[in-house]
Each structure stands twice: as structure tokens, then as C-alpha cells.
Design a protein around this ligand. Structure first.
Ligand code: RP5
Ligand code: MG
Ligand code: MG
Length: 287
């Protein structure tokens, strides 16, 4: 794997320009003495109670490459500091190193954790149908067209899978359902009773997911010392009976939500298009 979206241009939501890393200088084992990465951690991240403290603070004793029972957290719970790639390296100053390589930025940027920041991505799909409920087939590939629930991200305006960060102690399956309900069903704006009812109606559907991808994400927020990793699962509504019929309402960090037709022209946030492509292979859908 190589990363593209996190090694050029401006760091997201900032006027900080990355030190541009050419493709043949990404890997750490390649000597690059001219490399002068820019230090950047967004000021508001440093104030967030859920974010890691600075490296070197005496109270901060992370257990790298482990499921860290780190106690200073609110809410308390284990933080997964293991990478799906392999054990990452800690440099001589105590900073974890991005397993893919250089990004032109040191520090955490917008990310809360040093090292891997774990997310989960629910890929909710259905078959595209015409008004008479007949599945639409692409003329060229002769394969049925798949749709997935896409959200438009508040931060970059790009369309994406409605994923989100795994909270300390949270299971992946809980994150998948919670983030889908927050971003695509606006659950945070519902009262407790409504939210519980909604959760109950989605519970069965979210029990059967198929793993599509697990690993590093080519996220524009990645830095040399902090990066995104995810587990993406597909939840497919074969006959439009569950989510095929639900009302989508954008919420939390989503400004828009819709069923998006899938084909090879998709241009999504980070490397989400790659996850969607894998889903079409699994379901033998048009791409
Ligand atoms: C991506 O960022 C992941 O694939 C996931 O979709 C998302 C999680 O971050 P937030 O949506 O919480 O910003 O790398
Ligand atoms: Mg979210
Ligand atoms: Mg999100």
C-alpha cells in the first residue's frame, strides 16, 4: 500500500502546507536527508478531553502496539493502539511512525491519538430498482447496479461512507451501527426513547455484516505520527425490506445523505472508493 491523499497540498482545515513527499521517497527505509516535515497539531485537539496528551507529558504512558488499558480516559475504556499493518516503530524521540511512510507533517494534525486512530465504516447497500421494483442492470456489464448510503462530510464536502471513530472500550459492531444512525439517520437529535426504538429496528440488520476491508486508510488527515485505520463491513439489504425503506436524514458530521449509485467513476473521501469496489466484487454488482 502507498498513500496519496496525505502527502501533498494543505493539511485539511488549516493553512499549513505539507512538505511535499515524492512517491519514491515515501518509505522510511529510503534515505531522504532533505526531508523537512512541518510540525502541526490543530490547537483545538490539544484541548479535547478525549484526545491523547502530548508525548513526553509525565502522566502519559501509552503502551504502543497493544490494546492499551489506558486509565486517564473519559469515558474510560481500552484504546486500541495496535495497527492492522504490523508493529509500528517508535522513533528515538518517542513518536510512533506512520507504517506506510512520510506525509510531510509531524504532530497529530486533527487526529486525537498518536499512532493508529481506529474507525469503523458501515457499507450499507441495496440493489437499484426502477419504479416498478425491477432491478436495474447496466447495459455494458449486464450486472445489477448497487447503491450504498453515502454521506457528504461536513469537513471537506466530499462524499464518503458514514464511518466514525471507535470510542474507548467500544466494540466495532457497536461503532458501525452507532455511526450509521448518527450520520445517516440523525439519531443524536432524537430523544432517548426514539433513539432506543430506532436502535432496536436496526439491530437485526446490523448483526450480519461481511468484512470488506481492514487496515490503513489513505485519509487526508494522516501525519507521520498519527493515522487512520478502519474495519469496513458490508450490510446488504437483498430485497429492500429493511434499510431500503428507511428515511435517511443527515446528522452529526454529515451535511447530506443519499443512496448513491455505484460505478467506477465514484470519487469518494480517502480511499473509500476502493472499499466500495471490493463490495461490488463480493456481490457481483456493476462497477
Ligand atoms: C476515515 O475517517 C474512516 O474510513 C472513517 O470513514 C472516518 C472516521 O473519521 P470521522 O468521520 O469520525 O471524522 O478515515
Ligand atoms: Mg460520526
Ligand atoms: Mg464520520
Amino acid at each position: 500500500m502507498i498513500h496519496y491523499k496525505c502527502r501533498q497540498g494543505f493539511y485539511p482545515s488549516s493553512n499549513v502546507k505539507r512538505f511535499e513527499v515524492p512517491e519514491n521517497k515515501v518509505a522510511w527505509y529510503i534515505e531522504y536527508s532533505e526531508y523537512k516535515p512541518i510540525e502541526y497539531t490543530a490547537p483545538n485537539i490539544k484541548r479535547k478531553p478525549w484526545a491523547d496528551p502530548e508525548i513526553g507529558e509525565i502522566s502519559f504512558k501509552p503502551n504502543w502496539n497493544t490494546i492499551d488499558a489506558y486509565v486517564n480516559l473519559l469515558p474510560t475504556g481500552n484504546v486500541n493502539r495496535k495497527s492492522f499493518t504490523s508493529d509500528y516503530v517508535i522513533n528515538k524521540n518517542g513518536y510512533p511512525l506512520n507504517p506506510i511512510g512520510r506525509t510531510g507533517i509531524i504532530g497529530r494534525g486533527l487526529l486525537g491519538r498518536w499512532g493508529p486512530n481506529h474507525a469503523a465504516d458501515p457499507i450499507v447497500t441495496r440493489w437499484k430498482q426502477d419504479i416498478t421494483s425491477v432491478a436495474e442492470v447496466n447495459k455494458d456489464t449486464k450486472k445489477p447496479i448497487l447503491q450504498f448510503v453515502a454521506i457528504q462530510r461536513q469537513d471537506s464536502g466530499e462524499w464518503a461512507i458514514p464511518g466514525g471513530m471507535v470510542d474507548p472500550g467500544e466494540t466495532i459492531s457497536a461503532t458501525l451501527k452507532r455511526e450509521f444512525m448518527e450520520e445517516a439517520m440523525n439519531s443524536l437529535k432524537k430523544n432517548k426513547t426514539e433513539r432506543e426504538k430506532l436502535e432496536k429496528s436496526m439491530r437485526k440488520f446490523f448483526e450480519r455484516g461481511e468484512e470488506i476491508y481492514k487496515g490503513y486508510v489513505d485519509d487526508p488527515r494522516n501525519t507521520d505520527n498519527a493515522w487512520m485505520e478502519t474495519v469496513a463491513l458490508n450490510f446488504h439489504d437483498q430485497n429492500n425490506s429493511v434499510v431500503g425503506n428507511i428515511k435517511l436524514v443527515a446528522g452529526d458530521d454529515a451535511r447530506n445523505v443519499k443512496w448513491m449509485d455505484i460505478d467506477r467513476n465514484l470519487n469518494l473521501y480517502a480511499n473509500h472508493s476502493e472499499f466500495i469496489k471490493k463490495t461490488t466484487v463480493k456481490l457481483d454488482a456493476h462497477w
